[in-house]
Design a protein around this ligand. Structure first.
Ligand SMILES: C[S@@+](CC[C@H](N)C(=O)[O-])C[C@H]1O[C@@H](n2cnc3c(N)ncnc32)[C@H](O)[C@@H]1O
Length: 418
């Protein structure tokens, strides 16, 4: 029954309510499947990948996955037929052509299939190398069942990126949801629900915590996805009139993952999970805590919005970074773009580290990005020497080490370094 009610919600209010063609420039880090393999396993797979976008909604993530992995076979599934229809329109507007069940792009060798299916009762779709499931599992009436289906779909060498809400950040939302449930007389009547929701958030006394929360949420979502999402009916429904929402602490979420057979590997935003930065007076004590105890502490200490996590089919401690060797081939993640601000060039790895580049390093980065196939550090250094004969070798190799150390790049290694 709850699944039917949830389906009804996303048929009526497909999510995200992004206009076709919106945010074309945004490439979220978890879209790059090869980077996910490097980040978790220190592998950089060469073969075309099979990717599952589980709960793809209106296809924004699907489009980003296809841009980041142009040779991948992608299956994008959702329970909402209306969301999938918008996903198809989004693909068509980006130049994809439909051939029977598949979509193809003149400039990509990969394919996309859009599929209506329930994550809690998946048909056999074979194994995938990369699973992308963002903002979905906390809405499933039976999250463990959904996770188990996902786990069965992941190949032994695969990686999954899972994003769920951080429970602690949703307490105010839970209160608003409860108040609306008390007021809403006919929960099948979306117009009534939306009318109540809008008047509650508008008419409460100035400064009421609900109002403050809503204004803050609109600002954050507006900055991230634009005002048409922040002020949409679909955002109100997805947030405050939501049919089903689980809220987990970090330890609870990890327990559920393990029950489903997933092993947590790495946070996308790893630097934000170090509690020492919030408790600078206690570093010695914190050093003695296990990583999971530190994460549980960070979960309590700072208001994380999401648990954005890469997981693997089995426990594997992430191998150390390899040391830099001049003849090793360098791979550049799709999503790291050169930025220009304050009259300098910067790299941002999307996970908390930023690097300021001088002119020669800017040239080096642009040269790396232009290469159709990975080149070695040594070839890169030769290109820099040609363009900037006076540039000191020590500066270049320092830059190369920083790129590696903060995972702005990966190295081409054929199997995991254990
Ligand atoms: C909040 S939206 C997230 C959409 C997309 N992943 C994103 O990040 O933009 C949740 C999506 O999960 C889908 N969904 C909910 N329950 C599902 C189920 N049982 N099986 C498949 N999809 C489901 C909804 O239809 C909706 O499109």
């Amino acid at each position: 029954m709850q699944t039917a009610a949830l389906k009804d919600q996303y048929e009526n209010f497909p999510f995200p309510p992004l206009q076709i063609g919106a945010l074309a420039h945004v490439a979220p880090p978890p879209a790059d499947a090869r980077f996910a393999c490097w980040y978790t396993r220190r592998q950089w797979p060469l073969n075309p990948l099979r990717i599952l976008d589980a709960g793809c909604g209106t296809g924004f993530s699907t489009l980003k996955l296809s841009e980041a992995n142009p040779d991948a076979q992608i299956v994008a599934l959702d329970i909402s037929q209306n969301a999938l229809q918008i996903a198809g329109q989004r693909l068509a507007a980006a130049g994809w052509l439909q051939h029977g069940k598949h979509w193809q792009h003149p400039q990509h060798s990969g394919q996309i299939a859009l599929l209506q299916a329930d994550l809690q009762a998946l048909p056999d779709l074979g194994h995938f190398d990369y699973l992308h499931c963002s903002g979905v599992i906390h809405h499933l009436p039976d999250p463990l069942r959904g996770l188990r289906h996902l786990r069965r779909s992941l190949s032994d060498q695969g990686v999954a990126y899972l994003m769920v809400y951080a429970g602690a950040s949703r307490q105010m939302i839970a209160q608003i949801q409860q108040v609306l449930q008390l007021l809403w007389r006919d929960p099948t009547d979306w117009r009534e629900g939306l009318m109540l929701c809008r008047s509650l958030l508008r008419d409460l006394p100035e400064g009421h915590p609900f109002q403050q929360h809503y204004q803050q949420a609109c600002q954050t979502v507006g900055e991230l996805l634009g005002p048409e999402v922040a002020y949409s009916d679909a955002f109100l429904v997805d947030t405050y009139l939501q049919r089903c929402e689980h809220r987990w602490s970090q330890p609870e979420w990890f327990t559920l993952l393990r029950q489903a057979g997933f092993a947590p590997a790495r946070w996308l935003d790893e630097s934000s999970w170090q509690p020492a930065q919030y408790l600078p007076g206690l570093p010695d004590y914190l050093q003695r805590l296990s990583p999971e105890a530190r994460w549980a502490l960070a979960d309590q200490l700072r208001p994380a919005q999401h648990f954005a996590l890469y997981v693997l089919p089995e426990a594997l401690s992430v191998p150390d970074l390899p040391t830099l060797q001049p003849d090793q081939a360098v791979c550049v993640p799709h999503f790291i773009q050169l930025q220009h601000r304050e009259e300098s060039h910067w790299l941002d790895n999307g996970r908390g580290q930023q690097l300021r580049l001088d002119t020669a390093c800017t040239f080096a980065w642009q040269h790396l990005k232009r290469q159709p196939a990975p080149i070695s550090w040594q070839s890169l250094w030769q290109a820099v020497q040609q363009a900037y004969p006076e540039y000191p070798a020590t500066e270049f190799w320092h830059f190369a080490r920083l790129l590696l150390q903060h995972e702005f790049v990966g190295l081409l290694v054929s199997k995991a370094l254990t």
